[in-house]
Design a binder for this molecule. Structure first.
Ligand code: DGL
Length: 265
């Protein structure tokens, strides 16, 4: 039986899911977490959906074997590839990044014109189109932005080159006159400054990381699986690649909460 004492398992292709982990730590500070980043096989966003599915299920199996009380699929590409399978395969509650962000965007839009920026894998899977399929009066415009992940991992979150690329990527969404845009990739919350600078204040940005953390709170609360009193929570960080690299990039991107990274597989 699932126990309140067990940790929350958070999975991502690599580092980007740390934006989700940070939102979860902010909103659920008393919870233990185990974060697994499949950095040895990242990026997922340039791979085929069957390939992403195989890798993601292997990582989720690993987290379930660690006895987690819930799974958070903190990766848009992986959520696109495995969500339905994962819900059938595991008995613990599962949250992911796509549906919570889609719901928030539906509530935020006034014009009914919503943009989503994401990896090529997420765009190809049509997962956001599926999420919006039953929503009346909302039109979705999807734009893959593959270079953004490389910029973030190189530590570049501003400057003329990135700004020029952001202009090119976002132009179709500006021409479509969207009033709300989903950051449909875990790395993109780190680009909020440049995205909002290019798009202007009139476009509401929806972060899938924040929305996923809220959903995780709600699901665990409803299942009676949350700690409600202050406690010293533990945080484990696992990677399939180099722990040193994970710790270096993780600390740089996330301001220091990543430590003692262990290698698995
Ligand atoms: N985590 C991935 C996502 O949200 C981005 C990085 C990758 O391509 O692996 O789609």
């Amino acid at each position: 039986m699932t126990s309140t004492e067990a940790p929350i398992g958070i999975f991502d292709s690599g580092f980007g899911g740390l934006t989700v982990a940070r939102a979860i730590l902010d909103q659920l500070p008393n919870e233990d977490i185990i974060y697994l980043g499949d950095t040895a096989r990242a990026p997922y966003g340039t791979k085929s959906i069957p390939e992403v599915r195989e890798y993601a299920l292997e990582c989720l199996d690993y987290l379930v074997d660690q006895g987690v009380k819930a799974l958070v699929i903190a990766c848009n590409s992986a959520s696109s590839a495995v969500l339905r399978d994962a819900r059938e395969r595991y008995s613990v509650p599962i949250t992911e990044v796509i549906l919570p962000a889609a719901r928030r965007a539906v509530r935020a839009t006034r014009s009914g014109r919503v943009g989503v920026i994401c990896t090529t894998a997420t765009a190809t899977s049509l997962s956001y189109e599926d999420a919006f399929a039953a929503v009346p009066n909302v039109q979705l415009f999807t734009t893959p932005c593959p270079l953004f992940v490389d910029f973030v991992e190189a530590g570049i979150t501003g400057g003329p080159e990135l700004q020029a690329i952001a202009h090119d990527y976002l132009e179709p969404l500006q021409l479509a006159d969207v009033d709300t845009m989903i950051l449909g990739c875990t790395h993109y919350p780190l680009l909020t400054g440049v995205l909002s600078y290019v798009l202007g204040d009139s476009v509401t940005l929806v972060s899938s990381a924040e929305e996923c953390a809220k959903e995780t709170f709600a699901v665990l609360n409803d299942a009676g699986l949350l700690h409600h009193t202050p406690r010293q929570a533990s945080r484990r960080f696992l990677t399939t690649g180099s722990p040193e690299k994970f710790e270096g990039i993780g600390r740089r991107l996330m301001g220091g909460f990543v430590a003692d990274v262990e290698q698995v597989f």
